[in-house]
Design a protein around this ligand. Structure first.
Ligand code: UDP
Ligand code: MG
Length: 332
């Protein structure tokens, strides 16, 4: 009877999450048990931890859970690939054996109770369910405001993001099958998902505080992440530079006319100030332009190499079910 129920995999990227994994496993197991006993999901459903090259004992902890918890399986990446890389590794792996996949952070800032609603929506026929933060009063005002500013900026540049949605979402196997066709190196996952189309909906929840460990997204990484998102999806920054260029040309013409008049009527001898100004302004604009163009050239460079986005070192699920996936084992 269990056979017809959907097999759910919860993908959890983990980087130095040793202090959170006990509690996280406990909570996720509770939700899994609830879903299984309510006959919402298959009892072979999985909690898939992806160890993203942690420096602490995260993998040891995961192995401990694999041994003691019937839902838990683990992937160990060969080094730190970053949140997005770890997530993709988990999603692509889970796609092989799951009917639907939910991604959630290891710190459980996202309310696990929403998973129940995710599954209900999936049963109603939605292929993608976005977890959306209702309030963000636990994030610092700074993080909240910069995030809002980022969404509106991205929107102006034509990138459709679901506001206040991070990487807490459900995807059906069908959506995942399409997702893996996006083979670009600079993958900004939450920008890609809305591009997939399919029937989708939102589930709202309150974002909590991280209960243990610390955030791996300091300001520097947030800025890098935002830049990545912008330059991966939009040529608006280049257009901005062009617009700035036109403006500079106009100002330049103005200055030229002024300089000409000044020379003809010779009521001034200087010119040094305006000259220096122009040199500095134009030089600055050129540098900005070069920098942004360089950003895109860098992306082209990376794409053309087509390197794999992650390397899996160990996959406990495959090892346990070798006979079911002979092809996958052979490709390793
Ligand atoms: N993470 C990861 N690799 C990294 C950085 C983070 O897999 O290089 C994971 C981390 O373990 C967590 C999730 O990504 O499960 C989100 O990170 P975090 O909670 O630190 O971000 P924040 O919620 O502060 O934005
Ligand atoms: Mg967090």
């Amino acid at each position: 009877m269990s056979k017809n129920l959907p097999l759910l995999t919860i993908v959890v990227p983990c980087y130095n999450e040793e202090p959170t994994l006990d509690e996280t496993t406990k909570e996720l197991t509770r939700i899994m048990d609830k879903l299984v006993s309510n006959k919402k999901i298959n009892n072979e459903s999985i909690i898939l931890y992806v160890d993203d090259g942690s420096k602490d004992q995260t993998w040891g902890k995961i192995e401990e859970k694999i041994a003691s918890n019937r839902y838990v399986h683990g992937l160990k990446l060969s080094r730190n690939f970053g949140h997005q890389g770890a997530l993709i590794a988990g999603l692509e792996t889970a796609r092989e054996f799951s009917d639907c996949v939910i991604s959630i952070d290891a710190d459980l800032q996202d309310d696990v109770e929403a998973i129940i609603e995710f599954i209900d929506k999936y049963q109603e026929g939605y292929e993608i369910v976005y977890g959306v933060r209702d309030k963000r009063d636990t994030d610092t005002p700074f993080k909240r405001n910069t995030a809002l500013w980022f969404y509106s900026l991205m929107n102006k540049m034509g990138v459709k993001l679901v506001p206040n949605h991070a990487d807490y979402r459900l995807m059906s196997k069908r959506a995942l099958d399409e997702f893996v066709k996006y083979q670009e190196e600079n993958l900004f996952i939450r920008g890609i998902i809305p591009l997939l189309g399919f029937k989708s909906t939102k589930v709202f929840y309150n974002r909590k505080e991280r209960f243990a460990g610390e955030s791996k997204y300091p300001l520097k990484k947030m800025i890098a992440f935002a830049l990545e998102g912008m330059t991966s999806f939009s040529v608006a920054p280049i257009r901005l530079v062009s617009a700035l260029g036109y403006l500079m040309v106009l100002i330049g013409i103005g200055i030229a006319i002024y300089a000409l008049f000044a020379k003809i009527f010779s009521y001034t001898v200087s010119g040094w100030t305006s000259l220096m100004l122009s040199i500095w302004i134009v030089g600055g604009v050129q540098l900005v332009a070069l920098g942004i163009i360089g950003e895109y050239v860098g992306k082209v460079f990376k794409e053309t190499k087509g390197r794999p986005r992650y390397t899996i070192e160990q996959n406990s699920y495959l090892e346990k079910h070798q006979e079911k996936y002979p092809d996958l084992m052979r490709n390793r």
